[in-house]
Design a protein around this ligand. Sequence first.
Ligand code: GLY
Length: 363
Amino acid sequence: MQLTFHSSLGESRIWLGRQAGESIAAALAEFPGPRLLLTESRVARAQGHFQEQVMDRVDLQRLVLPEGEGAKNSANLLTVLGEMAELGLERGSPLLAWGGGMVGDLGGLAASLWKRGVPFCCVPTSLLAMVDAAVGGKTAINFGGQRNSVGSFWPARAIWIDLDSLATLRPEDWSSGFGELLKAAWLQDDEWARQLERQPAELLRADHPDLPAHVERALRFKLEIVEQDEREAGCRMLLNLGHTFAHALEALRGEELKHGHAVLLGMLAAARTARLAGVADAATADMMEDRLRGVLLELGLLPAPALAELAVPVILARMAQDKKVSAGRLRLVLPVRPGEARLETVTLPLLERALTDWGGLLT
Ligand code: GLY
């Protein structure tokens, strides 16, 4: 199946299916060489044979980075730019990022910088990258102790979502992807959210018959939002449900906390904040917290005593770095109910109470 979407760079294509190799090679051949394939060590090991099938058909130089969020740094960005220089990549020559969110974010940034921008293409291999990170043109590296602090908007010209590549995903990466999938459902439609919540553990396998429909739905939802608001000046901000909390937790816990897990924990904090801010009534907030705690328990993310012990002022200080605090207030996305969220400005004392309560929900 193919979808198209429109961005400031023109029309882009998204291919969704299985066994993408032929389609990737045919599309890359349309771009002039030299071409660069950027990947990460784990993906190169698990999917090297798929990559080689493409490389047999089209001239493509491969660069393998170390895996993990820690590799999304300025040194590796320079390594990629150095490789692009050495290869002599021209304005029309593509960079293909093949891997999870790290490779996509860093590769997209390098593509946006080299010669003031070369075509960016990607093959997201994690569920999280498929349903969120690869779509919408956000690129970044972590810098100055802050996540995604140096980046650009550089939408991919082509994206191949090959569900077969999920077969080698680690269990923790499956449940991390589920976090972003559920976030999309919580923003869009309660019935969809309930479907996902009924079967998180069973759904998380590459050959599950319902998985393609959920991935497609999340993709269509994200495309609809980013086509309206590419630069996050309006409705795209809603996609940050749970994220301001999540980024603070990730900064404090490092790589031991996966992004999608942090998002689920952040959605629980957002539900409690919504209750205290009067965005959700008490009965709805009880229901939202019960449902989110149910998912977190099912995925083995609760109890979380180490997170419950984090000092609230420390979390608050990190949140203030992530999104600007102005006059002691912070703007957050809060759930009104599953299927609807809105932006709300909250005071720091209210947030402090919400985080204190949230700590109690984790054990
Ligand atoms: N991950 C949120 C966004 O792309 O806006």
